[in-house]
Design a protein around this ligand. Structure first.
Ligand code: F6P
Length: 326
């Protein structure tokens, strides 16, 4: 097995608060271990197009508190092609990169898995996405911050909803996973969460709202996951207007503000732990695994499991919201 002396690090897919803290942790722990660090810009796109630069301790100072990613990111279509990966490998050779650290979501880890197999280059993944939809880790970098951003926004919406006696439908991100929707609904005291995993029917939704109406609640908040599988926020809002014509229904789509902002302390610590663990894993001879957190312990999850297994929203969380919104 080739001795590792230079590593490449990149961020890929949707940015997530805490990615900078992960870049910092990877860089500083690699330097501490005597490795050279090459930063790759714009994810796999940068690997294809040779956009790299050496990272030093100073390059990563004053970034732990910053949202986004100093390395920039992209969703590379070209890397999904064999031709694109061939070009990427030429960059790996040009910079004498012996191993890659990939910070990103499911798609990025899948790309890493294919690349690692095709070119026999050791890859270590660090889960970074606000969606928290990666199997094998209790949390992904960015999820906690995004969840807090949503809750803060919904608290504000609640003020105006109460003042006007309105029903609000609030759309949150999460791609095909309902973690952000389900947990923000619990934390913000919403009446219901519509998540892709649950297939909420209109009748169930009517029931949630009429329970509130019966109890003379003067406002209702329903969190709707963005996934089309959940039916789409406008459909639900229109249905509500028909079912409860006396109620004022409003829709708010939180959008990209959920991806920005300073990372929470939790995300900074998670990113620091997983970044340091990634370098330790490489030194232990680990290959093609994702760093995860399980019961507050760092674990190594093979890419084949992390990228292919489903991570369900726990039934307990669904039950809790049902009980508490009663
Ligand atoms: O994966 C993170 C995420 O923000 C999802 O929640 C959302 O569906 C998607 O990225 C949006 O992607 P893009 O930045 O390409 O519009």
């Amino acid at each position: 097995m080739k001795q590792i002396s230079t590593i490449g690090v990149l961020t890929s897919g949707g940015d997530a608060p805490g990615m900078n803290a992960a870049i910092r942790a990877v860089t500083r722990s690699a330097l501490c271990a005597g490795l050279k660090v090459v930063g790759i810009y714009r994810g796999f796109e940068g690997l294809i197009n040779n956009e790299c630069g050496e990272l030093t301790t100073q390059s990563v100072s004053n970034i732990i508190q910053r949202g986004g990613t100093i390395l920039k990111t992209a969703r590379s279509k070209e890397f999904m092609t064999a031709e694109g990966r061939k070009k990427a490998y030429q960059t790996v050779k040009r910079y004498d990169i012996d191993a890659l650290i990939i910070i990103g979501g499911n798609g990025s880890l899948t790309g890493a898995e294919i690349f690692a197999k095709e070119y026999d280059i050791p890859c270590i993944g660090i889960p970074g996405t606000i969606d928290n939809d990666i199997y094998g880790t209790d949390a992904t970098i960015g999820y906690d911050t995004a969840l807090n951003t949503i809750v803060e926004a919904v608290d504000k919406i609640r003020d105006t909803a109460c003042s006007h006696d309105r029903i609000f439908f609030v759309e949150v991100m999460g791609r095909d996973a309902g973690f952000l929707a389900q947990n923000s609904a619990i934390a913000a005291g919403a009446e219901a969460a519509i998540i892709p995993e649950e297939h909420t029917t209109y009748d169930q939704l009517d029931d949630f709202i009429s329970r509130g109406v019966r109890k003379n609640k003067n406002s209702s908040i329903v969190i709707v996951s963005e996934s089309p599988a959940s039916g789409g926020i406008m459909n639900y809002a229109d249905r509500m207007k028909q079912a409860f014509p006396d109620y004022d229904v409003r829709v708010t789509i939180l959008g990209y503000l959920q991806r920005g902002g300073k990372p929470s302390a939790y995300d900074r610590i998670l990113a620091s732990r997983l970044g340091v663990a990634a370098i330790e894993a490489l030194q232990e001879g680990q290959r093609n695994v994702m760093m995860g957190i399980d019961n507050d312990k760092v674990v190594y999850v093979p890419f084949s499991r992390a990228t292919k297994m489903d991570k369900p929203v726990e039934q307990e969380l669904i039950n809790i919201l049902g009980v508490l919104s009663n």
